[in-house]
Design a protein around this ligand. Structure first.
Ligand code: PYC
Length: 320
């Protein structure tokens, strides 16, 4: 692990549907010219202090998602992004990509129109409509398993679909839970049990990947105009305040495969905070390409100081 003495990071904070994104715009390490997947491996193995100092307390919080802005491999693209949270690295991030685009617009580095961004699981399109509204054309999404049964000691049998939307999700519709903001504590406990049992029963993705996001669905709130409401537990044990771009993508893949939704239609996904993403999908051959639209707002711009004398310069709980 390559660790600096004192160091500073330039950041811009935003939120997308209530879910925060912290983009590191300067001060990140040199990760070479490889793909974002290769640079992610470097970041994880050699510079994990960057993640923990930026998103963990006392500079961040469990709910924060970080994005390291990188130079692109292909100069025609606007850049690359590596997303991370309080415990590690995530693949694609829908709300984070919307936050990143609005951050670049705020900095005067992105014009309205369609652009391309490199991420560890692949390239995505980013369409900036105005200073706040963005559509992300996600990586191809698909369902891996339909109605996977899971036994839990606390809640009995729970059935869910396993699907990829840029991250791995276990999607549950029949759960008997109240998807309301004032029930977030209980929903977090309920989904943590599912997450723990998926892991301990070795229910994984096709190449042994951890199913590290759990998504519950229920009816949308009255008058919201949405098609559905969700609650998404993220890998760090906290829930997504937004409707989760990759989770909404995984849902679209399941709906399309079940014949309940057609390419070109609009799906409005609401979160328990009341924020809504609008989703569509196109088919490219056999592949389902979700498009997620949402709005982000800048909340701050600052310099993080990592003082060599500060015992928590790399974050509370960091292994450093
Ligand atoms: O919007 O895709 C998303 C996301 C993943 C984790 C938190 N948000």
């Amino acid at each position: 692990m390559d660790i600096p003495a004192s160091h500073s990071l330039e950041i811009v904070d935003s939120h997308t549907g209530g879910e925060p994104t912290r983009v590191i715009i300067a001060g990140g390490p040199e990760l070479g010219g490889g793909t974002m997947a290769e640079r992610l491996a470097q970041l994880r193995n050699r510079y994990d202090w960057l993640r923990s100092s930026c998103v963990n307390e006392p500079r961040g919080s469990d709910v924060l998602v970080g994005a390291l802005l990188c130079p692109p491999v292909n100069p025609a693209n606007i850049g690359g992004a590596i997303f991370f949270n309080n415990v590690g690295y995530i693949g694609m991030c829908g709300h984070g990509t919307i936050g990143l685009a609005v951050t670049l617009s705020f900095l005067g580095r992105l014009e309205p129109g369609e652009h391309r961004l490199e991420t560890p699981p692949g390239e995505v399109s980013v369409t900036l409509h105005d200073g706040n509204r963005v559509t992300v054309g996600n990586v191809p999404s698909y369902r891996y398993r339909r109605s996977q049964s899971l036994q839990t000691p606390e809640f009995g049998e729970i059935c869910g679909d396993i699907a990829w939307g840029g991250n791995w999700f276990f999607l549950v519709s029949d759960h008997g839970q109240r998807l309301e903001y004032d029930n977030a504590g209980h929903l977090t406990e309920f989904t943590r049990v599912i997450r723990r049992e998926l892991d301990s029963q070795a229910i994984r993705g096709p190449a042994g990947e951890l199913i590290d996001h759990v998504e519950l669905f229920g009816p949308a709130s009255e008058g919201s105009g949405a098609d559905s409401r969700n609650f998404v537990l993220c890998p760090g044990g906290v829930y997504d305040r937004s409707p989760c771009g990759t989770g909404t993508s995984a849902k679209l893949a399941c709906l399309i495969e079940d014949g309940e939704f057609a390419p070109g239609e609009v799906w409005r996904q609401e979160s328990i905070t009341g924020s809504v993403f609008e989703a569509r999908a196109t088919l490219q051959g056999e592949q389902i390409i979700p498009q997620i639209s949402g709005s982000a707002y800048i909340t701050g711009q600052s310099t993080l100081w990592l003082d060599a004398a500060d015992p928590f310069r790399f974050g509370i709980g960091s292994s450093k």
